[in-house]
Design a binder for this molecule. Sequence first.
Ligand SMILES: Cc1cc2nc3c(=O)[nH]c(=O)nc-3n(C[C@H](O)[C@H](O)[C@H](O)COP(=O)(O)OP(=O)(O)OC[C@H]3O[C@@H](n4cnc5c(N)ncnc54)[C@H](O)[C@@H]3O)c2cc1C
Length: 501
Amino acid sequence: MLSRSLRPIRIIKALILLCAVLQANIGWGSETPKNLKCEVAIIGGGPGGLYSAYRLGPKLDKRVCVFERENHLGGRLYDEPLVPGGPVHGVGGLRVMEGQDLVFALANELGITLEPGPYVDDMISTRGVFAFDTETLRKEVYPLVSESEAALYNKLQFGPERANVASYPDYRSYVRSVVGEEQYFFLRDILRFRGDYTYPLDARGYLDWLDEETNVCCTGYFPVGGMSQFPLRMADRARQNGVRIFTSEPAISINGRGGHYFITTPTYRVKATRLIIAADPTGFKAVTGNIARRIQAQAQFQHLTGVKVATVTQWFPRSWWNNLVEGRDVHRAWTTEACLNAIEIPKDKYDADQLVVRTVYSDDRDCVDFWEITARENGIEAVEAEINRGLKYLFPKADIPKPLKTVVQIWPAGWYFLGAGSDFTNASIAAWAVRPLPGEAVSLVGDAYHPQRATWSDGAYKSAINALNASYGFDIKYTRSGMSSGPTIKASRLNSLPARH
Ligand SMILES: Cc1cc2nc3c(=O)[nH]c(=O)nc-3n(C[C@H](O)[C@H](O)[C@H](O)COP(=O)(O)OP(=O)(O)OC[C@H]3O[C@@H](n4cnc5c(N)ncnc54)[C@H](O)[C@@H]3O)c2cc1C
């Protein structure tokens, strides 16, 4: 037995051993941050950050650095395979719409093939009735509503009350007041995106956005290799030009001093001359330091409202979706009656060949929480059982096999709109983001900072272009419809209702 006097030595030895073990296994205590100098530091390796890096690469080569929080690039353009190395399907963004010229041009530049997946046979179910068009639902389910969906949107967008839109507390109250209570429920129930009615969104911002959205018609196009092809190929091109891209390196703090910016990440202490913050607001909120805090304190930043979104993606051993209803194929369906909310069966060849289906697509607050809690507390089997129940409700005759794989993805903020009570317009937020701190070489980049194109990656690219044009000597042009505070689209365009993904 050891004497008492020897015990402290044993304890110290044990502590040294423990430190060595922790150091070897998890890197604990091993590092003092490495110093790194970059002329431009880009925080966030999503579409906005990587577009910036891709364009800056040829000008500034290795003087550009990108720091991404996750162990992969792409942000909300993220795809999953059934098996490692196999074809992939999006658990975030899926498509490019016909009117998105900028994204088509980018696909061309990056060598990305886009396959069409035209929208036909969309089925809607509300209050227990199923239909392939909103007029049938209006007549059968909402008999008090005497005008069509298109006519109601026409009133919202082009009626006289639009001139007073800024005086409404939020979009919901504007709709209720302009078209009436039952019409409100009709429009809400037939829309796939229930978040538009469950979050308090700024009425003026939403309508400005809708002006442009109605221009984004008509056919969806799907990239071979998934939407992640955009960020991944931009990252490859940027690297070829020398840009340094670091993954698993979240910005923890951003400080400014003496005309320089200091970013700390788990591994690096970065000194930069210019800064592009391309982290989405939800990620950026966690960053400390005087520069980060000054931006977060501004009203413009605080009015950006994130909408929580759930997707569930399932691969099946065989297709079960031919002649689903009355001898018709159904490729998209949405319902108020089940938390699936919306499902989507791919039509483009690349995705259709995978026998994959997005069986849940929801931005309804309660339903997103439901999927999150079910997956966490009860596991994937419970999620699969609940999805099967919802699919049986939509397609009672379908013989649905057990899926081979189910991926539940919760996006804490799938997209951002301008929140209610804001004094800002979409255009003024985009202008602010170019230089949120006067006198500082700092830009905010991302779809959130360009609410006019909320919900689409082209918003992230347009935001990056604004920053590059204003502060980096570029002159990149893009079509900018609906950026004024008033209606810019003629009523005759309303044959095409909001496209939306
Ligand atoms: C379910 C869903 C469906 C969608 N469908 C479509 C669609 O069909 N078509 C379409 O065009 N768009 C679609 N979108 C929108 C599209 O995904 C976004 O517009 C786009 O990803 C925005 O790019 P971003 O660079 O602004 O932000 P993000 O994609 O969010 O990228 C921001 C990056 O910053 C990183 N980050 C955050 N904090 C930090 C930090 N502290 N340090 C370092 N890095 C940080 C994040 O990890 C992320 O990689 C969809 C989105 C969702 C959620």
